[in-house]
Write a protein that binds this ligand. Structure first.
Ligand code: ADP
Ligand code: MG
Length: 661
């Protein structure tokens, strides 16, 4: 020990003074475990190019010391100077840089990333150093070949023997130069032959100028090093101290520590690409679990797309139909009790007055009610509408067969009738041409002169075709026994002036009635109302879809939390090989986003396919790119938001804690 404490030359690479490490004890007063002091004042100097073995019984603190040396852990007390610089003053990123550039770790349990191939494992440290991909592949290949792993490049760790895995981990330790190889029981899990090979390798590396710090409990293994330090119970008890006579034929150039501060690591894009590749690998390996978790996102995105497509489609259809039936029409009806005739405040006199209102092209009075109609011995209850001769034109409802009654029929109270398409079917199922047939309402015979075209084909409203149309005055007097209209349709000459006409009509009626015992509405207003209802429906459906996206997001969070827990050791390995906190954060965020991108794409495919199917079934559907893009964007954002917490958790792990995990 005196040799170590003696003044040494300035080329000391690692200098430990009074290093202590204590576990627990923080809350000993409250009944926590008593503090354990694992390192109890370690002083140690290591020069560049040395091949040192640290030997000691199990539990003596060797691994703890190695974690200190490798900057995976910080001491409780004491100083650690690396290349003359106090490590305590370096932040997490600078320490990551130091681990990446200065150290190469070889562990008893190899600590390879299980999902990556041998070559990819070797490449990891270079990845975080920002080495371009082709250079990285070439160097990893060369190292693996040098270590005798030809033909095993693409094997995953579980497809390699223990000796081979340890050689892969040595290659990884050398990837960024491996100035200092820290090997913790590297032969511990190996058979004697593989163990001997690994020791031979370490010897060669020492000859090539690498500094080797070998940790072992086995004195025979330790004896192969050029300097043996014995540790017992957290203290160095012997050191054969050949420190001053290292005769390495080669020495590696010293590390420029000032670079730690300006380190920018890997270029963002290259790193993201690599993170995406690694993430894809992991997702693929866990595809069943990932798929299940993704269902939430898939259903969310698909339902947003389908709901919006249906909403838009229905809206447009409704608008088109309402538009086709004349947004130039006004509907006017009595309202409430009238001072004159109960329930019939609007009179024929009113209608005559309205005929003079400018901008009105037609006044179409209607009298309606349900009646039983007989043909032959068939009785059918139907809706009877007495109306004007202009009906087919005003309501864009053409006659299919025969003709329509005229103004003259109306004046003469002719007993002629026109059948709605559905009524014709119901009343005369076996008659080839209903025109010319006679029907009875009560005991009044009517001659059928025409059949209307089916309106339901346009509106989907089949009941509109179950109707009997009669001249207004005939219906009023001979069928319903009233002269006043039930309601009146007013046609404006100019669609764009419907509102003006409505105001004028209101003025005339109010002038005549002095009380608003009538109501006026127009198709434009009902179109707007209908559109609003449709929009509300779409909103509600989209809300439901959005909720399922949130559920999907929680699924992503869940799978990411599981991933982080399962891969704690991988996180430790990545940190030991030089990943900074933000590299880890990026990797897990990339994974979360990739999960949701996959879910989003699947959702788009499912949604579009389903909506397409609806189209085949005649459900009106309109795809909107913004809905599809929006749903996809939401999925990705969901992944980011819900993936952040697990990724944060991963990146916040302590390297030693993660490695032990
Ligand atoms: P070695 O590698 O020499 O076998 P370690 O350095 O792994 O020994 O451990 C030294 C001692 O420190 C052991 O007694 C172990 O129980 C204790 N120890 C190691 N890590 C922890 C920890 N995180 N918390 C508490 N005790 C620990
Ligand atoms: Mg150990």
């Amino acid at each position: 020990m005196s040799a170590v404490l003696a003044p040494v030359a300035d080329d000391v690479l690692i200098r430990l003074r009074g290093i202590r490490k204590q576990y627990g004890g923080g809350d000993a007063g409250q009944g926590g475990p008593p503090p354990v002091e694992v390192l109890r004042g370690v002083d140690l100097d290591i020069h560049a190019g040395e091949f040192v073995a640290i030997v000691g019984a199990s539990g003596s603190g060797k691994s703890t010391l190695m974690n200190m040396l490798g900057c995976l852990d910080r001491p409780t007390a004491g100083t650690y100077a690396f290349g003359g610089q106090d490590v305590a003053g370096m932040n997490a990123d600078e320490l990551a840089w130091l681990r990446r550039e200065a150290f190469g770790f070889v562990f008893q349990g190899y600590h390879l990333i299980a999902t990556e191939s041998a070559r990819e494992n070797v490449e990891v440290p270079a990845l975080y150093a920002g080495m371009p991909a082709d250079q990285r592949h070439a160097r990893a290949t060369a190292l693996l070949e040098r270590l005798g792993l030809q033909g095993r490049f693409d094997n995953r760790p579980n497809q390699l023997s223990g000796g081979q895995q340890q050689r892969v981990s040595i290659a990884r330790a050398l990837m960024n130069g491996g100035r200092i190889i820290l090997a913790d029981e590297p032969t511990g899990a190996l058979d004697s032959r593989s163990g001997a090979e690994v020791m031979a390798l370490l010897g060669e590396l020492a000859d090539a100028g690498h500094t080797i710090i070998l940790i072992t409990h086995d004195r025979k293994v330790a004896a192969q090093a050029r300097r043996v330090i014995e540790i017992s119970d957290g203290r160095i008890v012997s050191d054969d101290g050949t420190a001053t006579q290292i005769e390495s034929p080669v020495t590696l150039p010293p590390l420029d520590l000032s670079r730690a501060r300006h380190d920018s690591g890997a270029p963002l894009l290259a790193e993201l690409a690599d993170a995406a590749r690694a993430a894809w690998r992991v997702l693929w390996l866990n595809r069943f679990r990932t798929g299940l978790t993704l269902l939430g996102i898939v259903i969310g995105v698909a339902s947003v797309i389908v709901m919006l497509a249906i909403g838009l489609g229905t809206r447009q259809q409704v608008m088109a139909q309402l538009g086709a039936f004349g947004s130039n029409l006004l509907y006017m009806a009595s309202r409430g009790e009238s001072s004159r005739i109960p329930g019939r405040s609007i009179t024929l006199g009113d209608l005559e007055a309205l005929a003079d209102v400018p901008g009105i092209s037609h006044v179409l009075p209607n009298v309606t009610g349900n009646k039983v109609i007989r043909h032959g011995n068939l009785d059918v209850q139907t809706y009877v509408r007495g109306t004007g001769a202009a009906l087919p034109r005003i309501q864009t409802w053409p006659v299919a067969r025969g003709g329509f009654f005229t103004d003259e029929d109306d004046r003469e109270m002719a007993t002629v009738a026109v059948l709605g398409a559905r009524l014709a079917q119901k009343l005369m199922p076996d008659v080839a041409s209903p025109v010319g047939e006679t029907i009875l309402i009560g005991n009044v015979p009517f001659q059928v002169i025409g059949v209307m075209s089916a309106k339901g084909a346009l509106t989907g409203e089949k009941d509109e075709d179950d109707v009997l149309l009669l001249p207004f005055s005939t219906a009023g007097i001979r069928v319903f026994g009233q002269r006043e209209p039930t309601y009146t349709v007013l046609a404006a000459a100019d669609v764009s002036r419907v509102a003006e006409v409505e105001a004028a009509v209101d003025a005339v009626l109010f002038e005549r009635h002095r009380i608003r015992d009538y109501g006026i509405s127009n198709a434009a207003a009902s179109i707007a109302a209908e559109a609003r209802t449709q929009d509300n429906m779409t909103m509600m459906l989209s809300l439901i879809a959005a909720v399922s996206l949130v559920v999907g997001g929680i699924g992503v969070m869940n799978v990411m939390l599981m991933t982080v827990r399962e891969r704690t050791r991988e996180i430790g390995i990545r940190m030991a090989t030089g990943a900074r906190r933000r590299d880890i954060l990026r990797q897990f965020l990339t994974e979360a986003v990739l999960v949701s991108v996959v879910g989003g794409v699947a959702g788009i495919v499912v949604g579009v396919a389903f909506a397409g199917l609806l189209l085949v079934w005649q459900v009106p559907v309109i795809f909107s790119l913004s809905a599809i893009g929006g749903a996809f964007g939401c999925a990705v954002v969901t992944g980011l938001v819900f993936g952040y917490m697990p990724a944060r958790k991963a990146s916040g792990l302590d390297p030693v804690v993660a490695l032990a995990g």
